[in-house]
Every structure is written in structure tokens, then in C-alpha cells.
Design a protein around this ligand. Structure first.
Ligand code: SF4
Length: 226
């Protein structure tokens, strides 16, 4: 979940934070936006990804309460191999609650804290149409995993900052850490197509480490599709 005030913090298992916002009623520090990820339209599909039995029930209950409290929620529907059959149902659930939503098929949640970014992807839903225009991750938003490690986002997880031991001041180092990860280094070094690339460098790096087919993410793989 991501709460945007001056900086955004994206925290897995965010229904707990949604609960905090609901308890506060928005009376003292009403957030500009609360982003809640949806992983399924049923307990079974949400469990398949999160391995948490109450994941769907608690998240949906939080969303219903947020709708009643008129909190500024936006839902991100995370499309994975576990829930692709329920995509229309997820859209309908969110529409019925009256919340705006976005859909993401290029990233996967990282509940384990391991390098499992690609494990749940559904290749047919990877967006390769838009040229990557830059990203403010690490500057105006950040991600925190369940162990307190802050990184620029779910994908770019180099040099994590441990907020529990270092405190929030450590976040001042995050912009520099993020900028370093955005350079077209490693497998993208010297690429003449980088100005029209469809993916950010952290995402390309994850694909390259996983030895994914170039056609999934890279313009050099266009021939693989034909
Ligand atoms: S087109 Fe391929 S090699 Fe070039 S920057 Fe993008 S991902 Fe890297």
C-alpha cells in the first residue's frame, strides 16, 4: 500500500495501514491518496499469491470501510498468473466500490523479500507499448518490505536502507541510490535503442538476471516475436 503525503511509502500488507487511516478518520492527517493493491477477487486467489489466509477478506473489508468513510483510495490491480482468470471480477469489485484503479502486469509482489520479482508474471499482460519516460521512484516515493528495508521501488532493490536500525533519516540517501540504478549499465551498456526502451533499467536488469526471453522486455527481441 502506498500513502502519499509529502513522500509515498509503499508497504506490503497495507490493509493494516488502511486500518490506521480509517481509525484516524482522516481527521488529523488526511492523506492525499491511499493506494491499495488487489491480488484477487476471491480468498483462494489472494491466498495463492500472498500465502495469507485472511488477505482477501481483510483487504476487501478495509476497502468497503474506506468507501464508506470516503477516503481517497486508488486500487492497483496486480495481474499475475494466480489471478488472471479473475481479472474482470476484480475490475467489477473495484468499480462497485466506486474507486479508481490501475492495472499492472509487469511487476510482482515481493512478499518473501527474495529476488522473486518475476515469479508471478503473466507475459501476455506485459505493457510494451509505451516508451519509458523516466521515474521518480526513490525521490517522491519508496518501497518498504515486511522486514523494514526501504528501496526505491518493488523492482529496484539494490542497497536497501534498513529503517528500523537506521531510522527515517536514512531515506535522505535514497535519491542517490535510485539514480545509480537507473543508469543503463550491465546488460544495457552501450545500447543504441535505450532512448526508446519500454522498461526502466531496474526492470531490464531483473529480466536479464532471470535470463528471460528478450521478446518479453527488450527491443532487441522484436525479431523473436516475428
Ligand atoms: S532496448 Fe534492451 S538492451 Fe536496450 S536499454 Fe532497453 S532493455 Fe536494455
Amino acid at each position: 500500500m502506498e500513502i502519499e503525503r509529502r513522500q509515498g511509502a509503499e508497504v506490503p500488507g497495507g490493509h493494516a495501514l488502511l486500518g490506521l487511516a480509517l481509525a484516524d478518520g482522516g481527521a488529523h492527517a488526511r492523506p492525499h491518496k491511499i493506494t491499495v493493491s488487489m491480488y484477487g477477487a476471491s480468498p483462494e486467489t489472494a491466498y495463492a499469491l500472498t500465502k495469507t489466509k485472511s488477505a482477501f477478506k481483510n483487504t476487501y473489508a478495509g476497502l468497503v470501510a474506506a468507501a464508506e468513510a470516503e477516503l481517497p483510495v486508488e486500487v492497483t490491480i496486480i495481474i499475475t498468473k494466480h489471478n488472471i482468470e479473475e481479472l474482470d471480477e476484480m475490475r467489477a469489485l473495484v468499480r462497485d466500490l466506486g474507486f479508481p484503479f490501475k492495472e499492472f502486469g509487469s511487476i510482482s509482489p515481493t512478499y518473501t523479500g527474495s529476488g522473486s520479482t518475476l515469479d508471478s508474471q503473466t507475459p501476455g499482460y506485459l505493457d510494451k507499448s509505451a516508451i519509458f519516460q523516466g521515474c521518480l521512484a526513490g525521490h517522491t516515493s519508496f518501497h518498504v518490505d515486511p522486514h523494514g528495508n526501504a528501496t526505491m521501488c518493488k523492482v529496484g532493490r539494490e542497497n536497501p536502507l534498513h529503517l528500523i536500525t537506521e531510522g527515517p533519516e536514512a531515506l535522505l540517501r535514497l535519491p542517490e541510490i535510485a539514480d545509480a540504478q537507473m543508469l543503463r549499465t550491465g546488460g544495457c551498456s552501450g545500447c543504441k535503442l535505450s532512448s526508446t526502451c519500454r522498461v526502466c533499467r531496474p526492470m531490464a536488469k531483473v529480466y536479464q538476471a532471470a535470463k528471460a526471453p528478450l521478446s518479453y522486455y527488450c527491443q532487441h527481441g522484436n525479431k523473436e516475436e516475428s
